[in-house]
Design a protein around this ligand. Structure first.
Ligand SMILES: C[S@@+](CC[C@H](N)C(=O)[O-])C[C@H]1O[C@@H](n2cnc3c(N)ncnc32)[C@H](O)[C@@H]1O
Length: 334
């Protein structure tokens, strides 16, 4: 309910060493799957083997599944296991001959919050957008701009963080379908989440994009997230970006010159963004890209940069800090 950057939540059902298929079978057989699974459980097994004697994934998968079904068959005293009921996704990980048997409680990845139904060009996962916002120094009561907002993910995740809206409120989780799990856990977490929201705060968060279709999509997502009156999305080119005057934070995921635009076009976009940021002393800027020459094109060395992966692509997250620090009593200090 509350995890903004995690991919999935698993229950670790058991861990044991296995060097042979027999040891794998026996280890899995000893796990009390019946604590979660009823007689008609539909069991889906997936997994990976890394640096281990057992390296054949498909064969290991079959053994794990067979051991689970054997266990259920013994416990429920029947050889008829129709697999027509609640669904359970089991993942095994065999790493250096140690087997972990994990039960996926989330279902689809937690980046699926529920508000983004159509995807734009090269969208960020909501979990990564959230991580970028949490790594930044944004203030909920100051301006936040994403000049390349696409489908609006960064602005919407920032708004959820600022208003303390739980990321899991508008989606369901696999564990909710499990009859052996006490339904009141979910209900309590939901009530707690709703209780912690501050929906009455006003925000000054804006996303710009040159593509009207992207802005239409971002606006749609804002409405679906219940944030239609909290954030703004407008069609504008980065050429027209001004950061002067007020105090704020830019957080953005521009084109990288791979899927969107070519290297020369991207280099020119970074130069334009650098010009807009050059004299914006009261602004900080956080940007993710895989482009090699970003700092050169942008015209400034970052105060800090760290490695982040956008899906499987290795990127850098460049951090430029504002010259003035902001304090909540509204005084500013060098
Ligand atoms: C990598 S995508 C951003 C995706 C976004 N973070 C999301 O989650 O959907 C980059 C965006 O930059 C926009 N763009 C390209 N050139 C631009 C320009 N000159 N000014 C403003 N936006 C531009 C593209 O239309 C595209 O939507």
């Amino acid at each position: 309910m509350f995890l903004r950057t995690a991919d999935r939540v698993y229950i670790n059902l058991g861990e044991f060493s296995a060097y042979t298929f027999d040891e794998l079978f026996d280890g899995v057989l000893s796990i009390p799957f019946e604590d979660f699974m009823p007689k008609d459980a539909k069991v889906i097994v997936d997994g990976k083997c890394v640096k281990s004697k057992l390296f054949a994934v498909t064969a290991s998968q079959k053994i794990v599944k067979k051991a689970i079904m054997t266990r259920l068959s013994k416990v429920y005293k029947t050889s008829l296991l129709p697999e027509t009921g609640e669904e359970f996704k089991i993942e095994f990980a065999i790493f250096k001959d140690v087997v972990s048997i994990l039960l996926n409680t989330s279902g689809v990845g937690l980046h699926k919050r529920g508000y983004r139904d159509y995807v734009g060009a090269a969208p960020l996962k909501e979990t990564l957008a959230s991580a970028m916002v949490l790594l930044s120094d944004f203030y909920y009561d100051k301006q936040l701009i994403d000049p390349f907002c696409g489908s609006g993910t960064i602005v919407l995740e920032a708004a959820k963080i600022a208003l303390n809206i739980a990321p899991g409120l508008d989606r369901s989780f696999d564990f909710q379908n499990w009859s052996k799990i006490d339904k009141s856990f979910y209900q309590k977490a939901r009530e707690e989440a709703l209780d912690k929201e501050y929906r009455d705060k006003q925000l000054d968060f804006i996303g710009y994009d040159i593509d009207p279709k992207a802005i239409a999509l971002a606006t749609r997502h804002a409405m679906r997230a219940g944030l239609g009156d909290k954030v703004k999305f407008e069609v504008a080119s980065v050429k027209d970006l001004t950061l002067n005057g007020s105090f704020g934070t830019v957080i953005t995921n521009p084109p990288y010159g791979e899927r969107l635009l070519d290297k020369a076009e991207v280099s020119s976009l970074y130069k334009t963004l650098g010009k807009a940021y050059k004299n914006a002393d009261n602004w900080s800027l956080f940007l993710i890209t895989s482009a090699d020459n970003f700092e050169k094109d942008f015209g400034m060395r970052a105060d800090k940069n760290r490695k982040l992966y956008n899906s499987n692509k290795e990127c850098r997250f460049y951090e430029y800090f504002r010259k003035q620090k902001y304090f909540r009593n509204n005084t500013t200090k060098e």
